[in-house]
Write a protein that binds this ligand. Structure first.
Ligand SMILES: Cc1ncc(C[n+]2csc(CCOP(=O)(O)OP(=O)(O)O)c2C)c(N)n1
Length: 332
């Protein structure tokens, strides 16, 4: 039997600055999303957003294992991926509010944030829509020999989409540097994943000879360790892998999904929030290892909170794009 101590000692160890950077990024995602919910509730944000709260350890654990020039592709629940890869919150909020300063000049909104400067090839409103893009990016990286790796984030709902298997097949044949990261938060919209997903999830990767494993998606150190290993492997030219991160979304499918008891019990949400919270688990570990004291963690949280407020204020005050450019940059 593997004890907690055994498992803990097998995890990748890094310096304290790196751990605190990860803690900061997790807080950035949580507090970013807090502001998004507030903007929605105050009717300042057009449309909807799908919050990433509860899943912070996945995006941060994966993206901290990447180089700045590595690629990610994201989903409809993409704010956490963008922040973890280095997007700037003020331009993200501006995009959500339809402002010119946004990543897509306000024309994409929550589900279409892309930031080529940080290797973010884009969120995607289509479930599994980015699987081909990530695989194509890995194909290009391999042929250019630039050593880049692509991460394809998707929810477990995407396991029902054929394109995932088409690209896994090609990635395995061509040994492409891509990691398929399935964020299993247990619910596909309003349906428990066991009602939509037959068989063994990991077998879907092993069927193609793709190394497949699962990890506790609430444990940022475990996600980071797995990601570091799989990214190194991909960079060495050993091909794709499939990583299932078991996690949970704290809030509704989208910000308007308030009454959820008909599809999941309140007690379940409470249990995850109180016993499996990724930020709490990580801060407890940092404190127990004496890598940080409570005052340091509180200061980081306060700094991030102030940064998010400044970013929201910027976005609210920012101008909309000129009406004449409504059809500019729009492809359909
Ligand atoms: C091809 C396609 N089918 C259906 C939808 C509608 N839809 C949007 S999100 C979603 C559920 C996605 O669930 P999952 O992939 O598990 O991600 P999660 O929302 O849990 O993060 C669905 C069905 C869509 N956007 N694209």
């Amino acid at each position: 039997m593997t004890t907690t101590a055994d498992r803990s000692s097998s995890l990748v160890q890094v310096g304290v600055d790196k751990w605190l950077q990860m803690y900061r990024r997790m807080q950035m995602i949580r507090l970013f999303e807090e502001q998004v919910n507030e903007l929605y509730t105050r009717a300042l944000m057009p449309g909807l957003a799908h919050l990433y709260v509860g899943e912070e350890a996945v995006a941060v654990g994966i993206c901290e294992a990447l180089r700045a020039d590595d690629y990610i592709t994201s989903t409809h629940r993409g704010h956490g991926h963008c922040v973890a890869k280095g997007a700037s919150p003020d331009r993200m909020f501006a995009e959500l509010l339809g402002k010119e300063a946004g990543y897509c000049r306000g024309k994409g909104g929550s589900m279409h944030i892309a930031d080529p400067a940080t290797g973010n090839l884009g969120a995607n409103a289509i479930v599994a829509g980015s699987a081909g893009i990530a695989t194509g990016a890995a194909f290009a990286a391999k042929h250019l020999g630039n050593g880049r790796v692509a991460i394809c984030f998707f929810g477990e709902g995407a396991l029902g989409q054929g394109v995932v298997y088409e690209v896994m097949n090609l990635a395995a044949l061509w040994k492409l540097p891509v990691i398929y990261v399935c964020e299993n938060n247990m619910y596909t919209e309003y349906t428990h994943f066991t009602e939509t997903t037959a068989g063994d999830v990991l077998a879907r990767g092993t069927a193609f000879g793709v190394p497949s494993e699962s990890v506790d998606g609430q444990d940022v150190r475990a996600v980071y360790s797995a990601a570091t290993r799989l990214v190194d492997r991909a960079r060495r030219g050993e091909g794709p892998s499939f990583l299932v991160c078991n996690t949970y979304r704290y809030t509704g499918h989208h910000v308007g999904d308030i009454n959820r008891e008909y599809y999941r019990p309140k007690q379940e949400e409470l249990d995850w929030k109180t016993q499996r919270d990724p930020i709490k688990l990580f801060s407890d570990w940092l404190l127990s290892q004496k890598l940080a004291d409570a005052a340091t963690l509180a200061r980081i949280e306060a700094d991030v909170r102030a940064e998010m407020q400044t970013a929201v204020d910027f976005a609210i005050a920012a101008p909309y794009p000129a009406p004449e450019e409504a059809e500019l940059h729009v492809y359909a």
